[in-house]
Design a protein around this ligand. Structure first.
Ligand code: 5GP
Ligand code: MN
Length: 358
């Protein structure tokens, strides 16, 4: 999700490791290499969302139609609401199919990295990617990308979604004519999810022009919305009721609201990957709330999501205090502390931003 643009800086957490390719060349440099059939891996961030899976599968269909041998690898499992997407059955889960995935990475000529800014966003796959620096190609719209890790790439924080950037990559390529319904369906999905159904400020005229193009090609937008938003379980809806009733705190002096969700909640309501997606946005639907945060105790860590309205920079907030990052108005982070401890830390930080939040 992108709601605001800021100038970007290059962060090099491990400079020595990436010295071999310190200057990322423009993505257009790969078109020449793609004139011959290549072995290509496409990967994205852990727990891929609509934009991550949509951009990966959109590019997969495009490169496959262009005669390349292509494998999409997700670092982890993904939400059930993405399971309908064309091509998803061919995606490898690195955590479950590690050896096969590592072989594909070793065999690949290029590894396209979509919708993430630092290799650590691929969780347990990070070390495997670091072995293949020199093949990595970036297409992403997050702030402060680790550009030194990539040979070719494009990073544009003004873009609504990585799907929009894959669309730009396709239409600027010599094989733009290969754009088909499968590609358009996948790219529409991520453009729709990352723009909050075309409402965030990054939803430009170019986004709408791309959507018009997809509709001319023949996508079924009603079906896509329905598969994404109307496919949840009864458990998920009852969980939502529980969270809204019992887990919400509102701090009016800071125009801030939170959800703090325990491991027992996750267990009791059979919450699976993707079931908590979008939950944090409910907090911003309250008049006056400018900063929303959710913390969830799950899978060995405490995972934070931050959202803001207006000029409160949650990317910097997440980066400074919770080992995370993302976009100006939408970011995530994590903690190894207990749920109570990380939540107390959040509450202790809040007064620092009282003036900005009022
Ligand atoms: P979400 O809160 O929906 O998980 O993520 C919001 C945005 O922040 C997404 O663009 C996501 O890719 C990014 N993000 C989420 N968690 C992290 C994190 O731990 N580190 C970084 N750098 N970005 C994150
Ligand atoms: Mn995205």
């Amino acid at each position: 999700m992108v709601a605001k643009t800021r100038s970007q800086f290059i962060a090099l957490p491990k400079p020595n490791l990436y010295l071999i390719c310190s200057l990322m060349q423009d993505i257009s440099g790969v078109y020449a290499a793609l004139q011959e059939p290549k072995k290509i891996v496409i990967t994205t961030h852990q727990k891929p969302d609509g934009d991550a899976m949509g951009s990966s599968l959109g590019l997969y269909h495009f490169l496959t139609a262009g005669g390349h041998s292509v494998q999409v690898i997700s670092p982890t499992n993904w939400a059930d609401f993405l399971q309908w997407m064309p091509g998803v059955d061919h995606v490898l889960d690195f955590e479950k199919q590690t050896a096969q995935s590592e072989q594909c990475l070793a065999d690949a000529n290029f590894i396209f990295c979509l919708d993430f800014n630092t290799l650590s966003r691929t969780k347990t796959m990070t070390a495997a990617l670091e072995k293949h620096i020199g093949k990595l190609v970036l297409i992403d719209h997050h702030q402060q990308p680790q550009t030194a890790a990539f040979i070719f790439g494009v990073s544009n924080t003004a873009k609504s979604s990585t799907c929009e950037m894959v669309y730009d990559f396709i239409v600027a390529s010599p094989q733009a004519h290969l754009l088909n319904t499968h590609i358009a369906t996948c790219l529409y999905t991520g453009m729709m999810t990352d723009t909050g159904s075309f409402r965030f400020p990054a939803t430009t005229a170019s986004v709408h022009r791309a959507v018009a193009h997809f509709m001319e090609i023949g996508i079924n937008h009603t079906s896509i919305h329905s598969q994404i938003f109307d496919s949840g379980s009864e458990h998920r809806l009852r969980f939502l009721g529980h969270v809204l009733t019992n887990r919400m705190e509102v701090y009016y002096e800071y125009n801030t609201a939170t959800f703090c969700i325990t491991a027992a909640d996750i267990h009791k309501f059979h919450i699976k990957t993707g079931d908590t997606e979008g939950l944090v946005n409910f907090l911003l639907s309250m008049a006056g709330i400018r900063f929303a945060a959710i913390v969830i105790d799950r899978e060995g860590e405490r995972k934070w999501s931050f959202r803001s309205k207006g000029d409160f920079d949650v990317n910097t907030f997440a980066r400074t205090y919770f080992e995370g990052g993302g976009h100006f108005n939408a970011a995530g982070g994590r903690s190894d502390e207990s749920l109570a401890a990380t939540y107390q830390k959040f509450l202790a930080i809040l007064p620092t931003f009282k003036n900005q939040l009022q």
